[in-house]
Design a binder for this molecule. Structure first.
Ligand code: HEM
Length: 374
């Protein structure tokens, strides 16, 4: 596809797919032409404004000054140095989880570790009890789900599920924001509540903020850790090099982000008529830059189908690019480093068990539901 039809229109999904590195780069680098606001799309029927989820009022779905204002509220919290100060606490969380998980030498990497680990971390940063995590999982999974059956009935049920998850999540955070507005603590919800109190955020934006931070960093980081182990168990020689320190954990994680990108695709909307590789994209058209395809573009990556833990340079799009570049990238990288190191420290030899792997039910998230190891 990247070779033969690098930019193509899909009639069923009513969007343009873009596969080549240079084209993906151009789209992500030009937010004025390729907006992140799904409300501008002509092919999407959104519910009336009063029924829309606050998750549409976030930095992820806005552009320009509004985006920068929203991102500015929490940016300092996510800087590498600020995240690094919490490393000790993250290590303790990983150790506790693994002590509980490893049972008779076997565990499910996803359920027992890769899922709860980032949820506990973000719950602590936000300041919500991590015991609520079964609910977080249900809400997050519903919100990133993409419909597989596009019949009217299935779509209606899908939209109802999304609406319900979004309302429940909004109610949950509304109560927490109120509590922190009255009694601030050293956590992200307090920062958000304070910005709302000082009129730097609307009530909807404050809610959207909490929802985004909870959802954006969970399934993605779960799949980074899961995909990393999937790559390493499939390449034992690479696992050995990482384990013994012959190759840096950092470059290994970058290669996983390229080779098995947890986020495969993004969505943008054209704000004007624009030509891309000879194709006429019209204002209001949805454009899908495929990060996963660009990350294997041979014009940028030598032998892109090979998993090379020491690949350098590695200018992948795993965390996106441009103004919307992942806010949580330093946190996700640190979680992956700590998580993998903790796994290596506990098991001298990690192997995959079982044959069948079930992919995550989402068209743009890449990973598996379960990954038993021993
Ligand atoms: C944005 C990937 C972890 C918070 C993004 C984008 C990507 C991405 C591709 C760009 C979206 C776009 O351009 O439309 C990932 C991956 C992760 C991860 C692969 C884990 C491996 C996290 C974590 C957090 C987080 C841990 C925070 C808790 C965000 C936020 C944005 C974002 C808030 C929106 C930034 C903006 O619009 O300015 N992420 N992410 N992510 N990510 Fe992540």
């Amino acid at each position: 596809m990247r070779e033969d039809r690098p930019v193509r229109y899909d009639d069923d999904r009513r969007c343009w797919d873009v596969f080549r590195y240079d084209d993906v780069d151009r789209i992500l680098d030009d937010p004025e032409t390729f907006s992140s606001d799904p409300r501008l799309a002509s092919a999407i029927d959104l519910p009336p404004e009063e029924e829309q989820s606050p998750i549409l009022e976030t930095m992820l779905t806005t552009d320009g000054d509004r985006h920068d204002r929203l991102r500015g509220v929490v940016e300092d919290w996510f800087r590498p140095r600020a995240i690094a100060e919490r490393a000790g606490r993250f290590e303790a969380i990983a150790a506790d989880l693994l002590d509980d998980a490893i049972d008779g030498g076997r565990m499910d990497l996803v359920d027992d570790f890769a899922y709860p680990f980032p949820v506990i971390v973000i719950a602590e940063l936000l300041g919500v009890p991590s015991e609520d995590r079964p609910q977080f999982r249900r809400w997050s999974e519903t919100l990133v789900e993409t419909p597989t059956d596009t019949s009217d009935d299935a779509m209606e049920a899908f939209q109802r599920r999304q609406q319900q998850a979004s309302e429940e999540l909004a109610d949950y955070f509304e109560a927490k924001l109120d509590a922190r507005a009255r009694e601030p603590r050293d956590d992200l919800i307090s920062v958000i509540a304070e910005a709302a109190g000082a009129d730097r955020l609307t009530g909807e934006e404050a809610l959207g903020f909490c929802m985004l931070l909870l959802v954006a960093g969970n399934i993605t980081t779960t799949n980074l850790v899961g995909n990393a182990m999937r790559c390493l168990t499939a390449h034992p020689e690479a696992m050995e090099r990482v384990r013994t320190g012959d190759v840096a954990m950092e470059s290994t994680i970058e290669e996983v982000l390229r080779y098995r990108s947890p986020v495969q695709a993004l969505a943008r909307v054209a704000t004007r008529d624009v030509e891309l590789r000879g194709m006429d994209i019209e204002e209001g058209d949805t454009v899908v830059p495929w990060l996963g395809a660009a990350n294997r573009d041979p014009s940028v990556f030598e032998s892109p189908e090979q998993f090379r833990v020491d690949r350098a340079p590695n200018p992948h799009f795993g965390f996106g690019r441009g103004t919307h570049y992942c806010l949580g990238a330093p946190l996700a990288r640190m979680e992956a480093r700590i998580g993998l190191r903790a796994l290596f420290d506990r098991a001298a030899d990690i192997r995959r068990v079982g044959e069948q792997l079930q992919p995550v039910r989402s068209a743009f998230i890449y990973g598996v539901e379960e990954f038993p190891i021993e």
